[in-house]
Design a protein around this ligand. Structure first.
Ligand SMILES: C[S@@+](CC[C@H](N)C(=O)[O-])C[C@H]1O[C@@H](n2cnc3c(N)ncnc32)[C@H](O)[C@@H]1O
Ligand code: SF4
Length: 394
């Protein structure tokens, strides 16, 4: 198939040194990872996608996980060399690698840079040892600061993640942590409210009353402080959990939020691909061993691609687009839905949430206010009309 257009490229490295008690990503703790075998599988999988996606241009690469900073820099280099051999890439290709801030991993930043990585996203999570211990992290605050320093020495663009609204955290403490984060940041920060995911150790701890999350009102205060402190520091939110100075936004993640195409390679990776004018959801086998064997046997670790109906595309584009502070383009929604965007919406409810000040509509875009962002998950089902199984809005 001869496909035009740009794609992001996501690689999932599924291994971690230990499993954090809040995390429900597809991660595995395994001794003795066979790095050569994994490298060969990523390369083979890339070749397989390239046969299907001739004529694409790669616009960004992202190594996520899991803990891709545990990869060998040689593996990252081999993968990037293969990407360049298979497709043209945009001139300013963004190549991000998620890194944990242990001293061993930070010491590899220079080698990742030599391999072709030009941006790291560091999982700092908290800037004090008490917070890090609660989150079950293996690094200290001092190691996190050192990792941020090393990132600054090696990369023009980097980001780090913090998790807030922790049970042990006072609003005033978070404000101070945020001020330090703003000083340490070089253009980009990801700030996530702690979420309790089902079947994680934190889920059981919370159910047993070992801790409780802040109330909805307090969580809203945490969110407000975050917006105020970082806005004043020149790092406004451009997405519900992501803040950047102008020009420092994550180009790769913007592909997800703009609902563009991306290839997802590695255990459990997802992708969205337009093939012959139709959009497909792709999903790779989750179990690392199964994925590896499938690629070794047949060149691909993906389940059969799932065609997306117009309803699916509309819902996904709306859900992703409303996360952005610029909002979502109405024309884009109509294109994804295959008909006027208004046919998908309940007009009365849309009016109600505009009157509440939670959503703003102009000729071009639908945009959530700060109050609306806090209610994102509840608002979307509220404003959508019931949809028929045939994939057309009623
Ligand atoms: C896929 S994780 C991987 C990053 C890297 N392995 C690490 O832990 O440093 C990406 C980010 O998601 C966030 N995250 C994961 N689970 C979360 C949860 N339950 N609540 C809030 N944030 C979470 C963390 O900030 C984490 O850095
Ligand atoms: S938060 Fe990061 S290090 Fe911890 S288990 Fe999840 S992916 Fe691994």
């Amino acid at each position: 198939m001869n496909i035009k257009g740009q794609s992001g490229l996501y690689f999932h490295w599924p291994f971690c040194l230990s499993k954090c008690p809040y995390c429900d990503f597809n991660v595995h703790v395994q001794d003795g990872v066979d790095h050569e075998r994994w490298e060969a599988a990523y390369l083979r999988s890339l070749e397989n996608y390239a046969q299907m996606l001739e004529g694409r241009t790669i616009s960004s690469v992202f190594f996520g996980g899991g803990t891709p900073s545990l990869m060998r820099p040689e593996t990252v280099k081999a993968i990037l060399d293969k990407v360049h051999a298979l497709w043209p890439c945009v001139n300013d290709l963004e190549v991000t690698l998620e890194a944990n801030p242990t001293s061993v991993e930070a010491a590899k930043f220079a080698a990742f840079k030599d391999a072709g990585v030009n941006r790291v996203s560091i999982g700092v999570q908290a800037l004090n040892d008490k917070g890090l211990q609660f989150l079950g992290r293996k690094h200290s605050a001092e190691e996190a600061l050192r990792a941020i320093d090393i990132a600054g020495e090696n990369f023009e663009r980097f980001s780090f993640d913090l998790i807030y609204a922790r049970p042990d955290q006072a609003l005033e403490d978070w404000k101070k942590e945020l001020q330090s984060a703003a000083e340490l940041a070089k253009g980009h920060l990801s700030l996530y409210q702690l979420t309790i995911e089902r079947n994680t150790p934190f889920h059981y701890d919370e159910a047993q009353g070992l801790f409780s999350l802040p109330s909805e009102d307090l969580a809203a205060d945490f969110y407000d402080i975050t917006q105020d402190v970082l806005g004043a520091a020149g790092l406004s939110a451009y997405e519900i959990s992501n803040h950047a100075a102008p020009g420092h936004e994550s180009r790769h993640n913007l592909i997800y939020w703009h609902y563009g195409d991306y290839i997802g390679i590695g255990p459990g990776a997802h992708g969205r691909l337009t093939l012959d004018g139709k959009k497909f959801a792709t999903r790779e086998h989750t179990a690392p061993q199964r994925w590896l064997e499938m690629v070794e046997e047949g060149g691909r670790g993906a389940h059969p691609f799932q065609p997306l109906s117009h309803d699916d595309q509309f819902n996904e584009a709306l859900m992703m687009g409303l996360r952005l502070h610029e909002g979502v383009r109405l024309e884009h929604l109509s294109a994804q839905g295959g008909q006027d965007w208004q046919n998908y919406m309940d007009p009365e409810r849309l009016q109600i949430i505009q009157d509440q000040g939670w959503l703003c509509l102009n000729d071009e875009r639908m945009i959530l206010s700060r109050e609306g962002m806090l209610r994102l998950n509840a608002l979307i089902p509220y404003i959508l009309k019931a949809q028929s199984p045939a994939g057309k809005a009623a």
